[in-house]
Design a protein around this ligand. Structure first.
Ligand code: ADP
Length: 319
């Protein structure tokens, strides 16, 4: 193998740059050239790419976002689009591709592999919603951003007797809300994986108020619904004054944490090893702090499992 490509696709996540850096430097270490493809599959179909050197990825390990930019492409979902991408890679003598992204991006990687072009997926998303890995790149950074927000809301909350709802990202997954809620000491965590008991939530809020609690923090995963709708329900039912903070895109930015940089470095380098070993259609991940890899097909079939033991614990600790 003489030359490989790397791209970032779908939603960006902090640590993607550290993963790109690892792919480039690991490949060059093994005398393999790396072409950086810009704007994901869109750029791949257009041939928007350039050769990356050791220096091209200098000074990016600590930066959020992705130096290769990201995009979503409808055209790439078609056979013609995928064929166009393969033609470009042939033209540029690329023999394997590392795709850093989420499940949508992996579907694309699988399609290319099925068409005879080997791709390896590296899980990069703040949502932590991918099966076959305990953590995705970007999750830890987003988690720390959410915790900082909870701490700030808590500071101001002590001055007012109110219920605060923080709506956090995660698409259909509740990991970010669950981890942030536990780490931030939230009274209530609402996630898609666990049906909420609304009466119990109101009961807990009232109990807290009656025993002199000044405020209550609820962390709500976006997959459950809107924080504003939930606030309205609470106020209508209990009369409690409620404030909502939707954290939004600030959760996707920022300098990656040490955890994310290390994870990205390990996963990016492992992806290159797999290509060198002649594999394609696999995703690298981490389980029990060990590097693993699975068939992408298998990863996409399975549901990422949330740790509901942590959910029960959060309830026990927030009475
Ligand atoms: P993420 O990778 O973060 O889940 P998306 O779901 O938007 O983000 O996917 C990113 C891109 O991957 C899409 O814009 C599309 O080009 C490609 N993709 C998604 N689903 C498929 C599919 N079924 N077949 C081929 N390519 C796909």
């Amino acid at each position: 193998m003489k030359r490989i490509g790397v791209l970032t696709s779908g939603g960006d996540a902090p640590g993607m740059n550290a993963a790109i850096r690892a792919v480039v430097r690991k490949a060059i270490f093994h005398d393999i050239e790396v072409v950086g493809i810009k704007y994901g599959y869109e750029g791949l179909m257009e041939g928007n790419m350039e050769l990356l050197t050791i220096g091209s990825v200098g000074d990016i390990i600590h930066r959020g976002g992705t130096m290769l930019f990201s995009a979503r492409s409808e055209e790439f979902k078609t056979d013609e689009g995928q064929q166009k991408a393969i033609e470009q890679m042939k033209k540029h003598q690329i023999e394997g591709l590392v795709v850093i992204g989420g499940d949508g991006s992996f579907r694309g990687a699988q399609k290319l592999t099925e068409k005879g072009f080997p791709c390896i997926g590296v899980p990069g998303t703040i949502d932590n919603d991918i099966a076959g890995t305990d953590f995705t790149i970007g999750f830890d950074t987003a988690l720390n951003t959410v915790i900082e927000a909870i701490d700030r809301v808590r500071d101001t909350a002590t001055s007012h007797e109110r219920t605060y709802i923080l709506e956090v990202m995660g698409r259909d997954a509740g990991d970010l809300a669950l981890w942030a809620g536990l780490a931030g000491g939230a009274e209530t965590i609402i996630i898609p994986e666990k049906e909420e008991d609304f009466d119990d939530i109101i009961e807990r809020l009232k109990r807290g108020r009656d025993r002199g609690k000044k405020h209550s923090i609820i962390v709500l995963a976006e997959g459950v619904g809107s924080g504003f709708d939930f606030a309205e329900r609470i106020t209508e039912t209990s009369g409690l004054e409620t404030r909502v903070t939707v954290l939004g895109y600030i959760q996707r930015g920022g300098s990656p944490t040490a955890q994310d940089r290390v994870l990205a470095s390990r996963l990016g380098a492992r992806a290159v090893e797999l290509l060198i070993e002649g594999h394609g259609g696999r995703m690298v991940g981490i389980e029990n702090n060990q590097l693993v890899d699975y068939d992408i097909h298998e990863v996409l079939e399975k549901q990422h499992e949330i740790d509901l033991g942590m959910y029960d614990l959060s309830k026990e600790l927030s009475i």
